[in-house]
Design a protein around this ligand. Structure first.
Ligand code: ADP
Ligand code: MG
Length: 335
């Protein structure tokens, strides 16, 4: 939106004082707006200002970002110990909602790119993973689902005593557990099986994304870089070594996008009331016929050797026992 770039290249004007935030450079651009590095003339420090696109839907969701993040900051992490970005202020500006944050460093995708996508040293993978998990534990305690955990939304913290650290940012897609409104959430590579399949979701979907991120930090490339949802799910099934259980597929809303009904497994069993359908994954041809657009099934293009050192035993069998992803974390902490 060139309109917005123009605004941002001028000065942000806060009501409190005429020229409080002076834009220095653009830090990033996402779905919701633009983020600028600004000099805060009132506190004499740098801050990151997120200027939300001036459309009602974005404004509403930004209000959600402000309220969930202030709750997390003030109530659940008052001493700033749990690797969640600090929100400093928010204000309306020419129909844009602006949110100011503490200034942080590069995001983890930028860091991986700088490293030529070869992956980080194990010690950094460990430290970052522990810190992201720490944030996820606090979020789970608060009943908040981030819904868009990915390397772009995890930022390096400025070096304090030269110890490397990260913080989770971007609560622009977050929601409260039990008040899940949207079904199309999470960035595709990090999208959990529940969300792909259209099954009720919880904070556990962030844990799935977390697992994908840890693998990516280590490998240097996304774990499930699917060109389509079908492609992502196929890759999951290949890596995990089996498809989700029929019980789950029977209940999920999107099963037929990915699977073909192949009959009843317990014919005549009254206890199951004739609902015991079983499924197989659609073939590529069937998917093509489904949306007459062939998904690009690429080759696995990460080095398998390194991958072997991670444990990818994903317990599909537990999914239908109310034990949704979450166990994925175990695989990474102890390897
Ligand atoms: P969106 O919701 O549009 O994705 P984000 O909050 O994720 O917006 O911000 C977009 C990008 O801007 C991030 O990926 C990051 O690179 C940069 N950014 C955001 N917040 C900060 C911050 N506090 N400090 C430094 N850079 C930031
Ligand atoms: Mg983002």
């Amino acid at each position: 939106n060139s309109d917005l770039i123009l605004y941002v290249n001028l000065e942000l004007v806060n009501k409190k004082s005429d020229r409080r935030y002076i834009v220095e450079e653009m830090l990033g651009q996402g779905t919701f707006g633009q983020v600028a590095k600004c000099w805060d003339a009132e506190t004499n420090s740098y801050v990151a200002v997120k200027v939300i696109k001036n459309q009602p839907a974005f404004y509403q969701q930004a209000i959600m970002e402000v309220s969930l993040l202030s709750m997390l900051n003030d109530k659940f992490d008052p001493d700033d110990q749990h690797h969640i970005v600090r929100m400093l202020d928010f204000f309306p500006w020419k129909n844009h909602l602006c949110i100011t944050f503490e200034m942080l460093g590069h995001n983890l995708y930028e860091l991986l790119k700088k490293n030529n996508l070869r992956g980080l040293q194990l010690q950094f993978v460990r430290t970052f993973s522990r810190q992201i998990l720490d944030a996820l534990i606090v979020m789970k305690g608060a009943g908040i689902i981030h819904c868009d955990l990915k390397p772009e939304n995890i930022l390096i913290t400025p070096k304090v005593n030269s110890a490397a650290g990260v913080k989770v940012i971007d609560f622009g897609s977050a929601c409260m557990e039990g008040k899940t409104i949207y079904s199309y959430i999470q960035s595709r590579y990090y999208r959990s099986p529940e969300v792909l399949l259209g099954y009720p979701y919880t904070t556990a979907i962030d844990m799935w994304s977390f697992g994908c991120i840890v693998a990516e930090l280590y490998i240097g490339l996304p774990l499930f870089p699917g060109a389509s949802e079908y492609d992502v799910l196929s890759r999951m099934i290949e890596i995990v070594g089996g498809q989700p259980p029929d019980d789950l597929l029977r209940e999920a809303k999107n099963t037929r996008k990915f699977f073909k009904h192949v009959g009843s497994i317990y014919p005549g069993n009254e206890a199951h009331d004739g609902l015991c359908s079983s499924y197989r994954v659609l073939t590529e041809d069937e998917v093509e016929a489904r949306d007459s657009k062939k998904p690009k099934i690429g080759k696995w293009y990460f080095p398998r050797g390194r991958l072997d050192r991670l444990i990818f035993a994903y317990p599909w069998k537990n999914l239908n026992e109310g034990n949704l992803p979450g166990l994925f974390s175990d695989a990474f902490i102890y390897y």
